[in-house]
Design a protein around this ligand. Sequence first.
Ligand SMILES: NC(=O)C1=CN([C@@H]2O[C@H](COP(=O)(O)OP(=O)(O)OC[C@H]3O[C@@H](n4cnc5c(N)ncnc54)[C@H](O)[C@@H]3O)[C@@H](O)[C@H]2O)C=CC1
Ligand SMILES: CC(C)CC(=O)C(=O)O
Ligand SMILES: [Mg+2]
Length: 358
Amino acid sequence: MDVRITVLPGDGVGPEVTAEAVACLKSVAERYGHRFEFQEALIGGAAVDATGDPLPEATLKACQGSDAVLLGAVGGPAWDKHPRDQRPESGLLRLRKALGLYANLRPVSVHPALEDASPLKPEVVRGTDLMFVRELSGGLYFGEPRSYSDQAAVNTLAYTRAEVERVAKMAFELASSRRKRLTSVDKANVLETSRLWRKVVDDLAPAYPDVAVQHAYVDSFAMSLITRPRDFDVVLTENLFGDILSDEAAVLAGSLGLLPSASLGGSVGLYEPIHGSAPDIAGQDRANPIGTILSAAMLLRHGLNLTAEAAELEAAVDQTLREGHGTGDLKGARQAHGTRSLGACVRERLAAAVTPSR
Ligand SMILES: NC(=O)C1=CN([C@@H]2O[C@H](COP(=O)(O)OP(=O)(O)OC[C@H]3O[C@@H](n4cnc5c(N)ncnc54)[C@H](O)[C@@H]3O)[C@@H](O)[C@H]2O)C=CC1
Ligand SMILES: CC(C)CC(=O)C(=O)O
Ligand SMILES: [Mg+2]
């Protein structure tokens, strides 16, 4: 299979974690006889420094002309005081919007070897298997009008029925293929957008009779998520709530550095870890590359329809963790690694897997 993948390393730990994921993708391609062509492009602070624009036209064109996009992370203190259109984060938001990516899938599971890595009790986190479906191109991050002065600031929260419907349909379909439970998280007791959200979900429910639907308010759900996570399967949220709740859910898994994501809905998908640029550990070979490597596995599955290859990469990660390998963020990892050597560990296990038939 001939494939073009655009790699956007970005800022902070982004280049370190994408390097490991790209090396894993190269190993997979070699094992299966695929030809993956990688092209790097600038985004975020790195792009601001080079061109003044966090999403240069050339980067958007490269993404639009490829089969899938792998991203590290953007942002950092160097650009925090820049005006909004020159902030790294606005480049990423523009990219998501331009690619039409309205659904962000964020799977969260607890690896059996990492039940002690969470500050929560093992009996609480054990067996957790969630799929967040976060709306990605609407809501507060995009709503107009928006404005800022030192005296008053405005953001707008707006959703249309069509915007809610398309992401909710994806969540229903995922729930139907999993444990058939959908929890829609909103703040319908206070917000009009959430009232619409709830109505749309209820209107869609009869089309998915096998899926049990439950609504939850975001405030109490934030508590339920870490006190009884096994009660949930697919969790559907608007953009802001999903951003916050999925980082909270990282506490269940044991580290923010473990969690991958896939942003879907347009013709080209974007695959990135859920964490940010982690400026506190950038450039020190300390970042956990697993979230980005698992994002690469999602790229294989959702972006290229290479399910056996995706499963093999996930199995290599699974074995790496089962054998006690981990970076410093994983409490209780018996064998301490840096970013590069943990990536190499995954590739060694990949290489040792039974050779696929071509
Ligand atoms: N998708 C993206 O590109 C995102 C970018 N950001 C940006 O990243 C910058 C830093 O934001 P923070 O709030 O500090 O969030 P962050 O996710 O970068 O870091 C939060 C904490 O998690 C740790 N961490 C994150 N990734 C890790 C990894 N792979 N391995 C081990 N530890 C890891 C960090 O060291 C830090 O202590 C900001 O400029 C923010 O806007 C934040 C979230 C998402
Ligand atoms: C634009 C990003 C900084 C938003 C975010 O935190 C995320 O998507 O996880
Ligand atoms: Mg976030």
